[in-house]
Design a protein around this ligand. Structure first.
Ligand SMILES: Cc1ncc(COP(=O)(O)O)c(C=O)c1O
Length: 395
């Protein structure tokens, strides 16, 4: 089967509505943070049932602000996952905190709540049990306390937030939910992103909905929401004038053009998610016939899956990178997704991590491929990708 257009890796769903929304903003004199940002925030807050939504310039910026609000400082420990996009750990480094990685669940690829509990128990003891969990180069050093758990809803599937919440409560930690990839998903009926003390969404163009670049932090905590509003705007407080700065802040503002796109996307979000669900179902249908490749596994607790990407896992022994190259030879893009964060060169260098430190994450990293996935992907395109995969794996 052949297709008429080159199959992209991802593609935003932009309609006449978004184009006219941007044009309308351009006809005003307000191009940075203004009424469109406010409307976008209200739509997101309402969608996930959060008291506050604060829009910023990227998902990374939102996560950075969440880490600051959680009081994470120099030397503090934050328990998080090595199987994620690098930003979820980098934001800890921005504050000179220490990422305490624990391994992941082989089924959902999300942080393993049992290991989180074990790590926190050991980290709270004064014995050398602590060392087992710390990055090799930081063992036996004087470090701060465990402050937070930073969980990631990997590929759109919510982490085991109930168990993580219990652990966070029992050990007086905050719980940050990186829901960059999961807007619209539900965990036991509840919206992803609003399952911890603070959650974040990201709107890069490969996400379910986009603002070009952009992110949102959601929380029920009034103080944290006010802090986010100040920090994103150069540390200005509500009572400060334009050149008044109550604290060290950032320029993390979202512009009005992006927010206007976000408003249109939020108005269409259910339609977009339902189309993406159809694409995922078609992929699963075609892949069921192909040996050597396993479709994504959805937990029973994921009562609604919002599809960010479609990531398959190859059987062990298959040369994954070879498959990626052979797909590309056939004009089909794909990505090895994700590399485990602890094995990125600067993490190895800074913290002394080595292969074998988090074996489940590493094994998943060596076997997974993100296939082309976008809202407008048609059945012919899906069939083309799956046939190519079948040819490469089985003939
Ligand atoms: C899990 C995760 N966290 C954080 C981010 C950062 O979002 P952004 O690219 O908008 O800064 C992403 C983006 O891809 C992500 O996938």
């Amino acid at each position: 089967m052949s297709t008429n257009r080159q199959i992209p890796m991802a593609s935003p769903d932009i309609s006449a509505e978004e184009i006219s929304a941007v044009k309308n903003v351009l006809q005003t004199s307000r191009l940075s943070q203004g009424p469109q940002v406010e409307s976008f925030e209200l739509l997101v807050a309402d969608y996930v049932g959060a008291k506050h939504a604060v829009a910023v310039s990227s998902g990374t910026a939102a996560l950075h602000l969440a880490v600051i609000a959680a009081g994470v400082e120099d030397g503090d420990l934050v328990i998080t996952t090595p199987f994620s996009f690098v930003a979820s750990s980098n934001v800890l480094l921005y504050e000179r905190a220490v990422p305490v990685f624990v391994d992941v669940d082989p089924f959902t690829f999300n942080i393993d709540p049992k290991q989180v509990l074990e790590a926190i128990k050991d980290l709270s003891s004064s014995s050398n049990m602590r060392n087992k969990w710390l990055p090799p180069k930081l063992r036996n050093q004087k470090l701060g306390k465990a402050k937070s758990i930073l969980a990631v809803d990997v590929f759109g599937q919510p982490a085991e937030m109930d168990q993580l919440k219990t652990t966070a409560r029992d050990y007086d930690l905050s719980l940050i939910e990186d829901s960059a990839e999961a807007i619209g998903s539900r965990y036991e009926g509840r919206p992803a992103g609003n399952l911890g003390d603070v959650g974040i969404f990201a709107f890069y163009p490969n996400k379910q909905i986009t603002t070009g670049e952009g992110g949102v932090a959601v929380t029920d905590n009034d103080e944290w929401a006010s802090l986010f509003r100040s920090l994103r705007n150069q540390g200005r407080d509500v009572f400060d004038g334009w050149l008044g700065h109550s604290r060290l802040g950032y320029n993390y503002r979202l512009n009005e053009l992006s927010a206007a796109i976000g408003v249109s996307q939020m108005n269409r979000i259910e339609k977009i998610l339902s189309k993406r669900n159809q694409v995922a179902n078609l992929y699963s249908h075609y892949l069921a016939e192909i040996n050597g490749v396993n479709p994504p596994q959805i937990s029973k607790k994921t009562t609604k899956m919002s599809w960010f990407v479609y990531v398959v896992r190859l059987n062990s022994g298959i040369d994954r990178d070879g498959v990626v190259s052979k797909l590309l030879e056939r004009g089909i893009p794909s990505r090895p997704y994700f590399p485990s964060i602890h094995l990125l060169p600067f993490y190895r260098e800074k913290f002394g991590f080595e292969s074998g430190d988090f074996p489940i994450s590493e094994e998943i990293s060596s076997q997974t491929i993100a296939l082309p996935f976008y809202t407008s992907m048609n059945e012919q395109e899906i069939a083309t990708v799956c046939e190519a995969l079948d040819q490469i794996l089985n003939y």
